[in-house]
Design a protein around this ligand. Structure first.
Ligand code: ASP
Ligand code: MG
Length: 405
């Protein structure tokens, strides 16, 4: 649809009635410039956390179906309040839930994937000159049951709707000015980036920089929807996320740190074909997401295998590892929660020897011991001791002159 913008407001932007009124004013201002507007909202402030907490006061493992029925209520509160605030200003508006806008998903509760959108309802409302407010994070499966998309999933709702309606762009409003070169809470000198590519921000997002729901970026890239991350509290221009048209010049764009991880090592595993397959298929069957993997051959016919997982999957992963170790007669299983994954990100940086050399030099000068190294086209990551990881992050930010690029 022509002249259409999709905006998404996160939980902090609608965290109180005052903030909801502020958001309503911003939306109406855009509308009065002659735009069609679809707005996706998250639940107010910490609402979703509180709902999770309520569920867990009843059961450690409530059924996914009821969990989704509960969690989806948070967004229903904010869409109604925001619509009321817009009505009060005097614009035509309607609030709609995920099921009402035909946001279809898979049936995997708590982390459903969007399978399609029926855009008729939204387009019909827009044609009646209404501002359309849609609940993020929720959809409906083929059994007509409510599903949710995983924590932080409203970003993905917004991009899916922007893609479905062929919007000009998708603006993600939050409480920070955009995507930064590093987490400003750790690196006070971190600088806001004016532009970054989908691939780069995807690495930032999935490496713990917490800027955007990773699936929203994948979707934006796939459908070529420009994303803009900006603050709902000021008029700053934010960060524009598009395809990289500057591939020739490899520069470090940002640094990410993920310290909510754990490392599991299985010692003295037989060195035979099929052993790794057995371990990683056991982990996959338990839906455990494995990240950095290393295998060391240190003695004849015996290996050690290590891998990292998210902190909240560590316990489950350990149980699987122990079962595996018992079955293949490995010597023992160890785990380490004192590690963190530190990464530099930028298109093409791995192919640039000066960048990797400077990266390792900086760590060496700080006396940082590296446990594991892994790379992709857009990043170099190392596993280091958690206690020195923040200091290392600051040093890298300095070495790559990120504050005054
Ligand atoms: N309210 C949901 C959450 O807190 C979804 C979102 O905010 O994107 O995870
Ligand atoms: Mg969010």
């Amino acid at each position: 649809m022509k002249n259409l913008i999709v905006q998404k407001y996160g939980g902090t932007s609608v965290g109180s009635i005052e903030k909801i009124k502020n958001v309503a004013n911003r939306i109406v201002e855009q509308k009065r410039k002659g735009k069609h507007i679809v707005v996706i909202v998250s639940a107010m402030g910490k609402t979703t956390d509180q709902l999770v907490d309520l569920a867990h006061q009843i059961s450690a493992e409530p059924s996914g179906r009821e969990y989704d029925v509960l969690l989806s209520t948070g967004e229903q509160v904010s869409i109604a309040l925001l619509a009321m605030a817009i009505e009060k200003i005097g614009e035509k508006v309607i609030s709609l839930t995920g099921p009402q806008v035909g946001l279809q998903t898979s049936s995997v509760h708590k982390r459903a994937r969007i399978t399609g959108i029926d855009d008729k309802r939204i387009i019909g409302e827009l044609k009646q000159n209404k501002i359309v407010i849609v609940a993020g994070f929720q959809g409906v499966d083929e059994n007509n049951d409510i599903t949710t998309l995983g924590r932080g999933g409203s970003d993905t709702s917004a991009v899916a709707i922007a893609a479905g309606l062929d919007a000009d762009c998708c603006e993600i409003y939050t409480d920070v000015d955009g995507v930064f070169t590093a987490d400003p809470r750790v690196v006070p000198e971190a600088r806001k980036l004016d532009e970054i590519s989908y691939d780069e921000v995807l690495e930032m997002a999935s490496l713990g920089a917490g800027v955007l729901h990773p699936r929203s970026v994948e979707l934006a890239e796939k459908f070529n929807i420009p994303l803009i991350v900006r603050s709902s509290f000021n008029e700053n221009s934010g960060t524009k996320i598009t395809t990289d048209d500057n591939m020739e010049e490899a520069i470090v764009k940002g640094i990410a740190l993920d310290d909510a991880i754990g490392k599991i090592s299985i010692m003295e595993v037989p060195d035979q074909p099929g052993i790794a397959y057995r371990l990683f298929s056991m982990l996959a069957n338990n839906n455990i997401h494995v990240d950095m993997i290393v295998q060391n051959t240190n003695r004849a016919a015996i290996n050690d295998i290590s891998f990292t997982v998210d902190e909240d999957e560590l316990q489950e992963a350990l149980e699987v590892a122990q079962k595996f170790a018992f079955e293949v007669e490995a010597q023992k299983v160890e785990f380490d929660k004192g590690v963190a994954k530190l990464s530099i990100i930028g298109n093409g940086i791995v192919a640039n020897p000066e960048i990797s050399s400077k990266f390792f030099e900086t760590l060496y000068k700080l006396g940082v011991n590296i446990h594991t190294i892994s790379t992709s086209e857009t990043r170099i990551s190392v596993l280091v001791d958690k206690h020195i990881s923040k200091k290392a992050m600051i040093a890298l930010h300095d070495s790559f002159k990120l504050k005054n690029n």
